[in-house]
Design a protein around this ligand. Structure first.
Ligand code: ADP
Ligand code: MG
Length: 692
């Protein structure tokens, strides 16, 4: 038998491929290995007879290879494999492109599963194109017919991983369970050992799901416990007092170019109250895109500076940090001549006593150390070591980058004098309250529900195939009226992480086709910071009409003249993300339009229709949550501490159960002294989230 903490070298009877796999996934212990969770499951328990396979819908077939051959491709580099497969009910043609090795793998007589869609082509009849195939042996490995699909590295084969994981899960001894039985039983969850077996050797999809829920529960529980510890630390540390100056507040408000909305005032006033206390503020400011959160932050920062301290705001991207610097400067200097610093990796500058100065990194660091300043920067730069020693307020913008959010929720930025600055988190993602409380602890929430007056609702349309022309037509017409357009391209595939390919090709196509004659700029992740800024600034200033871009423009960018947002391959995005993107337009009194373009059909399109019907971010977020696995707010793509592997944002009930259990545990055992295993996990979680 194997133990959880045993080295992977203890696994008996590995074949060469499995040994390579163990090395590739960089697992040191049995536990590391079992924690590699399947991305999804293929269900081979429901196969369709070949004779009755429908056209145009995904099916799984269980067949025998009858014949297979390589045929010359129409273009030189393309290899085509044609096979004929059969079962008792009929036979079917199958075609694969660019997989020459299949000739050796799929010998006539071999039994396999095929997953794909059957098409009808007049010349070839019924045919399946590029199906995924699995050897029939998955049955014996997965005991039932439900096969885990693992995230793979390099040359490791799915089959190798499956066999390896199933065998390790079977051989593993009782896994020490850090969670008291009483809690586990109340939540109706399996033991850890059963959970890992269910995950790696499921007998049905429900079985696998029960296993996943157990691991997800543990993630929520330990996260809650860690939050509890952080909260305790924050509350005992104390905060700098920021005194409220009413005449200054009046001056600030009257110097603004617009009237504050009630929700904005309420959010600011609640924060001023919080900051007068010795207990650090922990407040979440939620407001849909374009609702005007920045001015609230600027108001607080101005007040903090006024009362003799420093304030900082952190943004997730350079472009956004720059826009914040612009707005904050505009809002603050109407009432006070505070020194303001912009701090990004590519641009460090200072506005003080009416002049602007570029800074070197060391100069910026030195100036921050002097304190009594308002600083605007990216998360990466301002976080922790660049924090001014007299920082009384930290504003974190666009918390929907949850990797960052989790890390910040769990960590405490302390000043050299031991005090903890007040914290305002701003997010445009309308997070359901239950999720917000789980992610941030018992924070206070302010919501801006209204939009600045005079705004028109964005008109959104889903455009399929050639109906795209409507979007191009609108773009040409808007540009004629002096407005601008965004065109967003999705990532084509995994290897194209930065979306360089799709955006570049699309820009070319548009420039020589539908948008010929317009000034088109291109923005993607591989451009240097200077080039990115150059393109973005040209767009902001109106030197470009159209910006073809990947999602790097996703958050916060404010270009009031932009009135069209066209999104290519819209079905690839979550609803919440599409809503975010759409929020780049509709930032002025002009009518704005959003076009969701797609070549897909079926359920992914119905989903997009939600955006045609509503502009309410809360409704959209709820819709996203309802459709599982999508718009996952706990998403793991972002960098930073990843805490939730098994948990999903749709696990609301599980999340609430974990929250209650954590509260019970802490009530009877505040320092987890009688639950040392749990305490160790929690401490580890807090440590790993503190560092980068
Ligand atoms: P977000 O909440 O998405 O960060 P911003 O703070 O960028 O929104 O605000 C969007 C735009 O609305 C900005 O141009 C800002 O100056 C403007 N704005 C903010 N508050 C008001 C208001 N009360 N009246 C009119 N315009 C406003
Ligand atoms: Mg914003």
């Amino acid at each position: 038998m194997l133990s959880w903490n045993d080295s992977v070298s203890a696994i008996p009877d590995l074949n060469a491929a499995q040994k390579r796999a163990v090395k590739k996934v960089e697992a040191k212990t049995i536990g590391d290995l079992l924690n590699i969770l399947p991305r999804r499951y293929d269900d081979y328990s429901h196969t369709t007879p070949v004779g009755s396979a429908p056209i145009g819908r995904p099916v799984t077939l269980r067949v025998e290879v009858e014949s297979i051959k390589k045929v010359p491709g129409f273009r030189r580099r393309v290899t085509i494999i044609r096979a004929k497969v059969k079962d008792d009910t009929g036979s079917l043609n199958v075609i694969w492109f660019n997989q020459p090795w299949l000739i050796d793998e799929l010998k006539p007589g071999r039994d396999i599963f095929l997953s794909g869609t059957v098409n009808f082509r007049p010349k070839f009849g019924r045919q399946m194109g590029n199906p995924i195939w699995e050897p029939l042996e998955v049955m014996t490995v997965a005991t039932g017919a439900v096969a885990p699909v693992y995230p793979l590295t390099g040359s490791v084969a799915q089959k190798t991983m499956r066999e390896l994981m199933a065998s390790v899960a079977e051989q593993v001894d009782e896994i020490p369970d850090p969670i008291p039985d009483s809690i586990r039983e109340r939540a109706k969850l399996p033991s850890l050992t059963d959970a890992y077996r269910a995950i790696h050797r499921p007998t049905s999809l429900d079985h696998a799901e029960a296993g996943r829920r157990r691991i997800a529960f543990d993630e929520f529980l330990t996260y809650r416990l860690a939050l509890g510890a952080t909260r305790k630390e924050v509350n005992t540390a104390g905060a700098p007092r920021v005194s409220f100056d009413e005449s200054f507040a009046k001056k600030f408000v009257s110097a603004l170019p617009f009237t504050l909305m009630d929700d904005q005032k309420r959010a600011a006033w609640a924060s001023f109250k919080d900051m007068e206390k010795r207990v650090p503020m922990r407040r979440l400011l939620q407001g849909d895109v374009g609702s005007g959160k920045t001015v609230v932050a600027a108001f607080l920062m101005a007040m903090v500076y006024r009362s003799g301290h420093s304030a900082v705001i952190m943004a997730p991207t350079e472009i956004l940090a720059k826009q914040h610097a612009e707005s904050v400067r505009r809002f603050v200097t109407g009432a006070d001549h505070a020194p303001i610093m912009l701090l990004t990796s590519g641009d460090k500058r200072m506005w003080e006593e009416g002049s602007e100065k570029k800074l070197k990194l060391q100069e910026a660091r030195d100036r921050l150390r002097e304190g009594r300043i308002i600083a605007i920067g990216t998360h990466a730069l301002l976080y922790r070591d660049m924090l001014p020693p007299d920082a009384a307020l930290v504003v974190v913008d666009e918390q929907h980058r949850f990797g960052v959010a989790q890390r910040e929720a769990l960590s405490v930025a302390r000043r050299p004098d031991g005090l903890v600055p007040h914290l305002l988190s701003m997010t445009a993602t309308p997070i359901p309250r239950s999720l917000a409380l789980t992610l941030y602890g018992d924070l206070d929430i302010s919501i801006i529900r209204t939009k600045p007056t005079g705004r028109l609702e964005i008109k959104s349309s889903v455009l399929i195939g050639e109906h795209r022309e409507r979007a191009y037509e609108a773009i040409r017409s808007e540009v004629r009226h002096g407005h601008r357009a965004f065109i967003i391209c999705p990532l084509i595939d995994e290897s194209d992480k930065l979306g360089v390919k799709s955006a570049t090709e699309e820009a070319k196509r548009l420039a020589s086709g539908p948008l010929k004659g317009l000034r088109i700029g291109l923005l993607h992740g591989r451009l240097s910071t200077a080039d990115k800024d150059g393109v973005m600034n040209s767009f902001v200033e109106g030197l470009l009409d159209v910006l073809v871009s990947t999602t790097v423009v996703e958050v916060g960018v404010d270009v009031p003249e932009a009135t069209v947002m066209a999104i290519e391959g819209a079905e690839r995005f979550g609803l919440a993300q599409l809503h975010q993107l759409r929020g780049r337009v509709g930032r002025s009194v002009h009518q704005s339009y959003c076009y969701l373009m797609s070549d897909a059909d079926g359920p992914s399109l119905d989903r997009l229709k939600v955006l045609e019907q509503t502009n309410d971010g809360f409704v959209i977020a709820e819709e996203d949550l309802k459709r599982r696995g999508e718009g996952n707010l706990l998403g793991t793509q972002q960098s930073g501490a990843i805490i939730f592997h098994a948990a999903r944002s749709s696990d609301i009930e599980l999340m609430m159960a974990a929250k209650e259990s954590a509260e019970d545990l802490l009530a009877s055992d505040p320092d987890l002294n009688i639950h040392p295993d749990l305490r160790q996990i929690v401490e580890h979680l807090r440590e790993t989230s503190h560092g980068e």
